[in-house]
Ligand binder design. Structure first.
Ligand code: FES
Ligand code: FES
Length: 160
């Protein structure tokens, strides 16, 4: 099958590459761009582990083709770090409030939390539950994930 030329911005960097039309966006991010922070769980749009931001909106990258991302701006979990690659405020809050155990769901949780906190600096408990409602976690029981997001929100507000 003929490859298609695409151009997209990932974590602030422009990438131009040729991809098979059937290649999923999640496989492209992991295999072509080597951004393996985006996890693949179900590949059916159920678990949310593969979540990324597409033009600021959380989407499941396993349900999109790479060619559909042509011309768009993507943020993966790697893009949530500081410029020196140290953990960003949200990532640090997950670490400090023990918001992960095996870590499989964590990139997707972080992406959903990032989208929430960008739109809402002081989310209620219900708003946090709603924001991560499409992300499955087998380990934590969700309580520490919610506490991590609350901690991040308060630190982000303090940081202005
Ligand atoms: S791997 Fe995409 S939703 Fe599960
Ligand atoms: S920490 Fe293991 S699936 Fe969430």
């Amino acid at each position: 099958m003929h490859k298609r030329e695409i151009s997209l911005t990932v974590n602030g960097k422009v990438h131009e590459l040729a991809v098979e039309p059937r290649l999923s966006l999640s496989d492209m991010l992991r295999d072509e761009l080597r951004l393996s922070g985006t996890h693949i769980g179900c590949e059916h749009g159920v678990c949310g582990a593969c979540s990324i931001l597409l033009d600021g909106v959380p989407v499941r990258s396993c349900l999109m083709l790479a060619v559909q991302a042509d011309g768009h701006e993507i943020t993966t979990v790697e893009g949530l770090s500081n410029e020196d690659r140290s953990p960003g405020i949200l990532q640090e809050a997950f670490q400090d409030a023990h918001g992960m155990q095996c870590g499989y769901c964590t990139p997707g949780m972080l992406i959903s939390a990032q989208a929430l906190l960008t739109a809402n600096a002081d989310p209620s408990l219900e708003e946090i539950k709603d924001a991560i409602g499409g992300n499955l976690c087998r380990c934590t029981g969700y309580t520490q994930i919610i506490e991590s997001i609350q901690l991040a929100a308060s630190r982000l507000r303090e940081a202005g």
